[in-house]
Design a protein around this ligand. Sequence first.
Ligand code: ATP
Length: 139
Amino acid sequence: MRIEKSAGGVVIYDNAILLLRKYNGDWVLPKGRIEKDENMKEAALREVREETGTQAEVIQYLGEIHYTYKENWDETNRIHKTVHWFMMRSKSLETVPQKEEGFIEARYIQMERAVDIVKYDDEREIIKVAVNYFKKGEK
Ligand code: ATP
């Protein structure tokens, strides 16, 4: 079994969260592989920049999620993946989706709605963690 490590961001602007829409309609968070020469925070910031065109800053670590998937539908090639997530803040609503990677839209979506529409349950839970921190910070 192969192991993959990625990192990504829950980027907040005002009370909205940055989501990417894939060519098939799925809404997901920006993330990607951690390269050899970088730590997980650097990877998360780079992936957010590359996939969404957003210059963000990290507020705090949110946690990790795990899932497995099959490479090429071959059961012998299962990949176990860990994704580390960071809560981030951006100063601009401007975005540029990375079309070459199959993302057709990068958009800030009101928090409660982002929780509803995001494709994967594990990403939904990470968004909820970020929303809780955000709401605590508001008081
Ligand atoms: P990365 O963005 O880290 O470079 P990738 O684009 O190569 O990764 P994934 O996004 O991990 O690959 O997708 C690989 C498979 O895992 C796909 O079949 C996808 O549907 C599934 N998948 C992606 N994200 C999740 C998730 N959060 N929970 C469960 N399955 C997921």
